[in-house]
Write a protein that binds this ligand. Sequence first.
Ligand code: BTN
Length: 245
Amino acid sequence: FGKSVHYEESVESTQKIAHRLAGDGASEGTLVVAEEQTFGKGRLSRSWHSPKHTGVWMSLILRPNIPFHQAPQLTLLTAVAVVQGIEEATDLMPGIKWPNDILINQKKVTGILTELQAEADRIHSVIIGIGINVNQKNDDFPEDLRQKASSLFIESGQPVSRARLIQHILAKMEQLYQLYLDKGFTPIKILWESYAVSLGKEIKASTLTETLYGKALGITDEGVLLLEDNAGQIHTIYSADIEIP
Ligand code: BTN
C-alpha cells in the first residue's frame, strides 16, 4: 500500500479526491494524503477538524472482492491497523470504541470513515478515510472538542513523526488486509475485540431513531454490535453513537 501516493497541501477532503481517483481506475493501495482539509468529513454527516501540518488526514483505496454487507469489517480492520501503528510509533496504548473511534484516556484521537463505490451487491472500491490528531496542542482544538478529543502529542508529551506513523499504519493495514483475504474476518475480529474498550460494559447507544441502554455483548461476524438491554432483549446495532457513561 502507498506505492502510489497523492500528496496535497490543501484539499477540501481527501475522501473526495480518492473517490475521483477510484472512479478513474486507480489501483488498490493508492493513497491520498493532505496537510490540511478545508471540508474534512466525519461520520454521520459531521465535519472533521483538519488543521494544517498537525495531523494525518488520508484516504486509502481498496478493491476487495467481497459482498456489500461485509464492508463494515474493513472499518474494524482499519481500526486495528491504526491502533497497532500508533503502538509502534509511540509508547501509547490506544483502545477502540465501536465501531471505529480510537481513544486514549477516553478521548478520541482518531476517526475512520469508510465509503463505498458499489453497484447492487458488488463493490467497485472502498475508500477508507483515516484522520489522526497527531501534534495538536490543547489550544489547537476548538472549544467544543477539547473535552472529548486529544492528540498523540498531548497524550504522550512528545511530538510524533507523521511520516513514520503513516508508514507503520500502512504496513499494518497491508498485513491485516492480506490476513483478511486469506482467512476471513475471524482473526481480525479476535484482534479487534482485544482492543475494544466498550465490550462487557453498560453503554448508551444513540441510533437515528432511538436511544438504547444496555450491555455491549460483542460484535457479530459482520462487525455489527450486539447490545443486551435491561429486559434481556438483544439488539443488533448497525450504526450509532456509543457512550460509556
Ligand atoms: C469520524 O467521524 O470519526 C470519522 C472521521 C474521518 C476523518 C478522515 S480525515 C481523512 C479523510 N478525509 C475526510 O474528509 N475524512 C476522513
